[in-house]
Design a protein around this ligand. Structure first.
Ligand code: ATP
Length: 264
């Protein structure tokens, strides 16, 4: 489904600021894998997401989605394969447009050319039905401007928009980190149910250790541009946060330096 082979990325090569963000990353996700990603500050987690989505090109190595090499394709051409939700609730939606206008844009993205942004009665009914699934009353607010929504409501809408077209890969980039605990929990629950229902292949970066253990069927740990540990579902089941952090220290030789870490 998703395959990275020997992917490396150096920022500012040959200068005193040279930074090896990713070093020879090999990672294969099977269809339906839900992988949580943790690591220290600057470990390369965001760069990994940026390389998969096409925001950043690798210096070497290949990225394949469903067997197709996409390493050289720009971000907009990967739109039909990839859905992404960012940390910032402002990032995934257009605030001056209404909920239904935002949904209409997401609906057209990834579909065949020539489909219009126009909102027909059938589309509106479909949007309403999808919004209803979120269970937070947005189905009654189709014509509300998105700028008026709370951060949690916007993240719920972003999640829906990112998964509308049943992407091959869903990238979640600390998408609950900017929310208060209750809203973060709501978005986590929605994420779990959408991913399960649509059987989406998902990579989720999180600073919440408990969440990293509880969600998904696999956990990878990054440090200094490398994947240092890959934990399968069976091992993850009985893992505690303390064990996870101890494991990190044993392998990396240092404590996890993460200024945003949440233990659970
Ligand atoms: N666009 C860029 N230009 C220059 N250096 C960058 C760029 N993006 C990332 N880096 C550097 O690459 C390294 C990896 O950064 P990245 O943001 O991928 O780490 P991260 O694991 O997401 O960190 P954090 O948890 O702190 O967000 C860091 O040293 C960072 O400073």
């Amino acid at each position: 489904m998703l395959e990275l082979s020997k992917v490396s990325k150096l920022f500012f090569p040959g200068t005193p600021d040279e930074k090896a963000a990713l070093i020879g990353i090999n990672l294969t996700l099977k269809p339906g894998d839900f992988v949580t990603v943790i690591g220290s500050n600057g470990a390369g987690k965001s760069t990994l997401m940026n390389i998969i989505s096409g925001v950043v090109s690798p210096d070497s190595g290949d990225v394949r989605i469903d067997g197709n090499i996409v390493s050289e394709l720009p971000e907009y051409k990967r739109g039909r394969w990839i859905g992404r939700v960012f940390q910032d609730p402002m990032a995934g939606t257009a605030p001056h447009l209404t909920i239904e206008e935002n949904l209409s844009i997401a609906y057209v993205r990834g579909k065949k050319r020539g489909l219009s942004f126009g909102i027909t009665r059938a589309k509106r009914a479909f949007f309403q039905e999808q919004l209803k699934k979120l269970g937070i009353g947005l189905d009654n607010r189709l014509r509300a401007k998105v700028g008026q929504l709370s951060g949690g409501e916007r993240q719920a809408l972003s999640l829906l928009m990112a998964t509308f077209t049943e992407p091959q890969i869903l990238l979640l980039d600390e998408h609950t980190a900017a929310l208060d605990p209750a809203r973060a929990e709501l978005i986590t629950r929605l994420t779990e149910s959408i991913v399960r229902e649509m059987k989406l292949t998902t990579l989720m970066v999180t600073h919440n250790m408990e969440q990293a253990i509880r969600l998904g069927n696999r956990l990878i740990m990054m440090d200094k541009g490398r994947i240092i540990l890959d934990i399968d579902e069976q091992r993850k089941k009985d893992l505690t946060v303390e064990q996870l952090l101890r494991e990190f220290e044993n392998i990396s030789g240092h404590k996890m330096a993460d200024d945003r870490v949440v233990f659970g």
